[in-house]
Structures are given as structure tokens and as C-alpha cells.
Ligand binder design. Structure first.
Ligand code: AMP
Ligand code: MG
Length: 423
């Protein structure tokens, strides 16, 4: 029976659920084995290709966390202040140079080594300068100090023999700093995937060109190239392909020689001019192509020779959503990166919404505070898969899982911030 509808998702064919599709792929995707050494300063956002085991304790010895006086806790009087002679000075990089005995206070600056003491004992406590009263050569220490105060202990950050970073981790500023703290100056990292990007469509033109009637500017290639860079890929722009099976086949086949992955947008639906999917089917193998995801749905994943092919839908928001939900985890896996599952946060919906069972939907939202200071998700005024301005408006998505059919204003929903997706 003919179906008259404005819902392009209303069709009878079998849809593949997002998790089902990703599970199918898990076993089949082999991470690239190519690695290279980079200097620490150039390692930001790279994927580590080795476990880093520390051969040092950090700190290498006990040292002071503040400016103050190094003392033996057992010299503290209980019930009154304690008076001790100031007998020396230790600064960062210039230790006391002799043993500190019981009954002495040694002036110590932040980062200076705690002096050693006789008979295997050593001062164990630092009293902050702000808490002390200095009178010439003596210092008065207040009551209420605890044993070990303001003293950083040998190995309290990193123990010798500890694995501090593991293969597959993305190197953020803090990982790079940690590697530096044990003296690493180079790291073995994964070689980035080389990715070729095409757009398809007779109506699609480069920004800067003059538009003919019915033509549009290519936004997808620009978004997708930046998304690829955000996951650490080396990106090559291969322009726009006409809706012509021969041209598409030639371009895809020559790209397979040079690139690890080909990413296209458009031309993967079932329309007469949607040739990309057929070319991949003819030249290689195709894994799946109709996903129960909105915006999104037609996604083609395949392989031609050793090159992975991902064909995303043409509509700009659908291209972004399917990149983030499907292409991104695939690319991270192929890049040798650890599986990082983006975290969802519970917020209150400021809108009501109806959706289809068995389909996952991504609603573009901005996060605001309501009158009670609680976080609420506000939906963009328009929903279409071509409304790219909604992605600029949004801070992230409300992810409505397959089992949900209805959301009421005030319901708690799962919020996925763009920052969880590296945007
Ligand atoms: P398709 O999947 O090729 O049928 O395209 C679906 C819709 O997305 C059509 O309206 C196209 O004009 C549009 N579209 C396709 N490619 C792009 C692109 N690179 N940039 C912006 N819109 C596009
Ligand atoms: Mg098209």
C-alpha cells in the first residue's frame, strides 16, 4: 500500500541498530600497526604505542610542599607552643648539606629536600612560615600541627616500576607532562591514519564558486575534514565527485592505493543518482548501510582492497551525527586508540518530544540553568537533518535511546556534550 508521509524514515526495510552495527565491526577492525617516535613536545593528541614504565620514583626523595621550617614532629610540645633554634637553611636544588638533629628547626623552601638525620631517623614535618613566629635565631611553632604535615613523600606521585601510561591512550597535556616528569623525551606513537575525503553530488559546489540554479555549497567536506583532524587523522581533500558511477569508481579505486580510509558524504541512499554504495559493493565489500538513527540512516561501511570505506549521508547534520556515532569509534579503533565511551549526563528536558520505537535519536540542545539552578536542555527551534545552524546553536545532543517513544517537559534525559566527542 502506498504510504504518503513527510517522514523520510517511514519505510519498511530492515534497519540496523547503532550498537548492533558497532558490535558487528568490533571483531573485524584491525588497528594499524605502524608506529613512529616523536619528541615529547610534538606528541599532543597522538596515540601512545607503548606502555611507559617509570624507572624512577617521583618525587625522588622527601621534600617540602611549602616554605617553612623542617622539624621532628616528636619535638613538638603538647599543650603549648614550641620554641626551637633556627640552625640552617635548605632551598630547592641546594640541600642542607649536613644532618638535621633533634631539637633543630631548619628553614626550608618549597621543593627543597627534607634533610637527613642521624641514626636512620629524619625530620618528618614542615610548619608553614605563615603559622610560625620568627624572633631572630629562634622560631615559635603553634600547637595543632600533625605529623607529616607539608611533607611530600618519596614516590607519592609515581613509584619506580609503575606503568604510568598505557598503549592506546590519547596524549593530552597532562599525559605529556607526566612522561616529562619521569624524564622521557621521546614517545613511540601510532602513525596517523591517512584519510581521503570526497563529497558527491552534481549540485554540490566549492565555496567561492558561483552557484547555478539548484546548486549548493559543499559544507560536509569542510566539517568532515575538521572532524577527522579532531580524531588525529592526516586528511587529504579529494574534492567533489559528480554523480557518475565511472567517475566515482575511478576516484575510489585510485584512492585505495594511497589511503587507509576513504570518507565520503552523499550518494549512499537508494536514489537513482546514489552511486557510491553500488561502486563499493561492486569493487569490494559492503557491511551495512541502513541505520536506525536520526538524523542519519544511510551509512555505508565497506572495504576495497586494504582500505576501509565509510560513506555518510549527504544531509549536513546527518553527516555529522553519523560521523560522531559510527565513523569516530571506527576511526579510533583503526588508529589504535583505546575504546573511549563518551559519558552521558542526566539533565532535565525543557521540551516534549515524540519518537519512533527502535530508533535512536539525537536532539540538538543548548544547556541552560532553570530558576532552581538545575541544568535543563533546550531544543533548537528546527529539527531537519539539513539544519546545520542547529549544530552551531547546540552544546551537545540529547540522546534518546531506541526504547523511548515519548519525552515530557521535565523528564530526565541523557545529555551528550560535544566536549565528550572532542568538539
Ligand atoms: P544525498 O545523500 O546525496 O541524496 O544528499 C542528501 C542531501 O544532502 C541533498 O539535499 C544534498 O544536496 C545534500 N548534500 C549532499 N552533499 C552535501 C555536501 N557535501 N554539503 C552539503 N549538503 C550536501
Ligand atoms: Mg547526492
Amino acid at each position: 500500500m502506498a504510504q504518503l508521509t513527510d517522514d523520510c524514515f517511514a519505510f519498511g526495510g530492515k534497519l540496523t541498530q547503532v550498537d548492533e552495527a558497532l558490535d558487528q565491526l568490533k571483531g573485524t577492525l584491525k588497528p594499524s600497526a605502524k608506529t613512529e617516535q616523536v619528541p615529547l613536545a610534538g606528541a599532543l593528541n597522538r596515540i601512545l604505542a607503548e606502555n611507559i614504565i617509570s624507572r624512577k620514583n617521583v618525587p625522588a626523595d622527601n621534600n617540602s610542599a611549602v616554605d617553612g621550617f623542617s622539624i621532628y614532629y616528636d619535638d613538638i610540645q603538647s599543650g603549648s607552643e614550641t620554641k626551637l633554634p633556627i640552625t640552617g637553611r635548605a632551598i630547592a636544588g641546594v640541600p642542607l648539606g649536613r644532618l638535621q638533629n633533634r631539637g633543630e628547626a631548619v628553614q626550608i623552601l618549597t621543593g627543597a629536600l627534607m634533610p637527613d638525620g642521624p641514626d636512620g631517623k629524619r625530620p618528618d614535618t614542615v610548619v608553614m612560615i605563615e603559622d610560625c613566629l620568627v624572633d631572630g635565631e629562634v622560631v615559635f611553632l603553634p600547637e595543632g600541627i600533625y605529623r607529616g604535615a607539608n611533607c611530600r613523600l618519596l614516590g607519592e606521585d609515581i613509584q619506580c616500576g609503575e606503568t604510568i601510561l598505557r598503549t592506546g591512550c590519547r596524549l593530552r597535556p597532562q599525559e605529556i607532562g607526566l612522561a616529562a616528569s619521569i624524564g622521557c623525551d621521546h614517545l613511540q606513537v601510532m602513525v596517523p591514519l591517512k584519510v581521503a575525503v570526497f563529497s558527491t553530488g552534481n549540485e554540490v559546489l566549492n565555496p567561492g564558486d558561483s552557484l547555478f540554479e539548484g546548486a549548493i555549497y559543499d559544507s560536509n567536506r569542510y566539517t568532515l575534514m575538521q572532524l577527522l583532524k579532531s580524531v588525529g587523522c592526516e586528511v587529504v581533500d579529494l574534492g567533489i565527485l559528480e554523480d557518475n558511477p565511472k567517475i566515482i569508481a575511478d576516484a575510489l579505486l585510485s584512492a585505495t592505493i594511497k589511503y587507509d580510509l576513504i570518507l565520503t558524504s552523499g550518494g549512499v541512499s537508494t536514489g537513482e543518482e546514489d552511486h557510491v554504495r553500488k561502486v563499493v559493493e561492486n569493487e569490494g565489500s559492503l557491511l551495512f548501510w541502513r541505520l536506525a538513527i536520526k538524523p542519519g540512516r544511510p551509512v555505508a561501511l565497506g572495504q576495497i582492497s586494504d582500505t576501509v570505506f565509510i560513506g555518510l549521508p549527504g544531509n549536513p547534520v546527518a553527516a555529522m551525527v553519523t560521523f560522531l556515532q559510527i565513523a569516530r569509534p571506527i576511526i579510533l579503533k583503526l588508529s589504535g586508540a583505546n575504546d573511549t565511551v563518551p559519558k552521558l549526563f542526566s539533565v532535565q528536558s525543557d521540551f516534549s518530544y515524540k519518537k519512533k520505537l527502535h530508533r535512536r535519536e539525537y536532539v540538538r540542545v543548548q544547556i541552560k540553568k532553570n530558576g532552581n539552578g538545575k541544568l535543563i536542555a533546550k531544543k533548537y527551534k528546527r529539527e531537519g537533518a539539513g539544519i546545520l545552524s542547529s549544530m552551531v546553536f547546540a552544546d551537545g545532543f540529547v540522546e534518546l535511546s531506541e526504547d523511548i517513544v515519548n519525552v515530557e517537559k521535565g523528564d530526565f534525559v541523557n545529555y551528550l556534550p560535544f566536549s565528550e566527542l572532542g568538539l
